[in-house]
Design a protein around this ligand. Structure first.
Ligand code: UGA
Length: 418
């Protein structure tokens, strides 16, 4: 998110310094190679470097020559699912120290996803303590949550559905709004905790849509009804719409599961039991078990069975495997004694770094499928829609890569909830 934001701003003519702790990432960025796979990012980044609008540096000192700091650090989960604010706190301390040295007024914009109340309760006090200045005297703070989808993050940046600006001070909000000059989208200006909550409510709603359609899918499967036809049927109601109604293995990634968990934990802290959100997580957790149960039902004991896996990334067009449902499926298969062969067009290096040893990584989908006892499709990459891959195989489709009616004519096919 930081690199996409920095590149997008630099491409709009702003002079951007990207402060990063990881030396390898700094060197890669300064050579025009993004450390993540993101459509169009390398080209845009190289362009910005050529025009000297962007450089990555290690030292916060570089902040001194700038007017605005956008905080894009990660807010991962603690083991209990609550938000881990250590990177936020660390960056607030460092930014605070620099604010103490600045003579010009500065605006700090929080882009990281933080639980409502964090900016006022944690970030601003740290900025004040480490700068020795009071909010509004020498610096202002605004919240500008990001709604970038991995894989199409630059497109999302330049074509947002909306821009949310949380502010305690009109000047800070104006500064953020100016950063979006030339981008056409509704702009909603609100107070800081509301902006923080809009981000959580958005991700929680998207996750709810997915678990909702998966639950309907599980029911449809028992009734012999195709949930994809049901989804199409409901999608024409403009209040429902047709997005995020793809039933399957459920949601993963670095955002939806983490943000939902953080919101549920924050609710508990407030003495409120967020029943709906907990159920959304539970439906998602069980969806992965369904594919394992289906495989066991078909093949019996999985010990020494050869299982072919197509797809490791949490969704197509990314190399990201964070909280990817595929990883959970593979870990369960290995625990049951199965032998796993896997293929993913982009995510194999990242998967190899976190998965247990002993998995055979293949050079193509064909190679992964060959010689296996069954095939599990866990990410809907376009190349997995090729029906000839599955001819004569036992197939468990977690992502609806082929039409089930067709599939049954050339393979032994089962969908996860269709
Ligand atoms: C998500 C949100 O979509 C972004 O708006 C938000 O900015 C971002 O999190 C964030 O908080 O930074 P992303 O994590 O890139 O973006 O992934 P999504 O495209 O939302 O997909 C999440 C998961 O849901 C994937 O595992 C995907 O396979 C699954 N999914 C999605 C379904 O199972 N069914 C669907 O119909 C749609």
């Amino acid at each position: 998110m930081g690199l996409v934001t920095a590149t997008a701003l630099a491409s709009k003519g702003h002079n951007v310094v990207l402060i990063e702790k990881d030396k390898a990432k700094i060197s890669s960025i300064n050579k025009g190679k993004a450390p993540i796979a993101e459509d169009g990012l390398d080209d845009k980044l190289s362009d910005c470097l050529k025009h000297n609008c962007l450089r990555a540096v290690e030292n916060y000192q570089e902040m001194l020559g700038t007017d605005v700091t956008l905080v894009c650090v990660g807010t991962p989960s603690n083991p209990d699912g609550s938000i881990d604010l250590s990177y936020i706190k660390q960056s607030a301390r460092e930014i605070g120290k620099m604010l103490g040295k600045k003579t010009e007024r500065h605006t700090v914009v929080i882009r990281s996803t933080v639980i409502p109340g964090t900016t006022r309760g944690v970030i601003i006090p740290a900025l004040e303590e480490y700068s020795g200045h009071k909010l509004h005297d020498a610096f202002d703070v605004a919240v500008n949550p990001e709604f970038l989808q991995e894989g199409s993050a630059l497109r999302c940046y330049f074509n947002p559905d909306r821009i949310i600006i949380g502010e305690d001070d009109k000047g800070a909000g104006d500064t953020v709004e100016k950063l979006y000059e030339g981008i056409s989208a509704p702009i909603i200006r609100t107070d800081i905790p509301t902006a923080e909550m809009v981000k959580y409510a958005s991700n929680a709603f998207l996750a709810t849509k997915i678990s909702f359609i998966n639950e309907i899918g599980n029911l449809c499967q028992k009734l012999g009804i195709d949930v994809y036809e049901v989804a199409k049927g409901i999608s024409f109601d403009y209040r429902i719409g047709d997005r995020f109604l793809n039933a399957g293995l459920g949601f993963g990634g670095s955002c939806l599961p983490k943000d939902l968990g953080a919101l549920v934990q924050a609710s508990r802290g407030l003495g409120y039991h967020a029943r709906l959100l907990e159920s959304v997580m539970e439906v998602n957790r069980l969806q992965v078990l369904k594919i394992i149960q289906a495989v066991e039902q078909k093949l019996g004991d999985l010990k020494n069975k050869k299982i072919s896996i197509l797809g490791l990334a949490f969704k197509p067009n990314t190399d990201d495997v964070r909280s990817a449902p595929a990883l959970r499926v593979i870990e369960m298969l290995i625990n049951k004694g199965a032998m796993v062969k896997a293929y993913d067009p982009m995510a194999m290096p990242n998967a190899r770094a976190v998965l247990p040893e002993g998995i055979e990584y293949c050079r193509s989908a064909e190679e992964a499928v060959r010689g296996g006892d069954c095939v599990l499709v866990l990410t809907e990459w376009a190349e997995f829609k090729n029906e000839s891959l599955y001819r004569g195989e036992i197939v468990f489709d977690g992502r609806r890569v082929v039409d089930p009616r067709n599939a049954k004519t050339f393979c032994d096919y089962q969908g996860i909830c269709w």
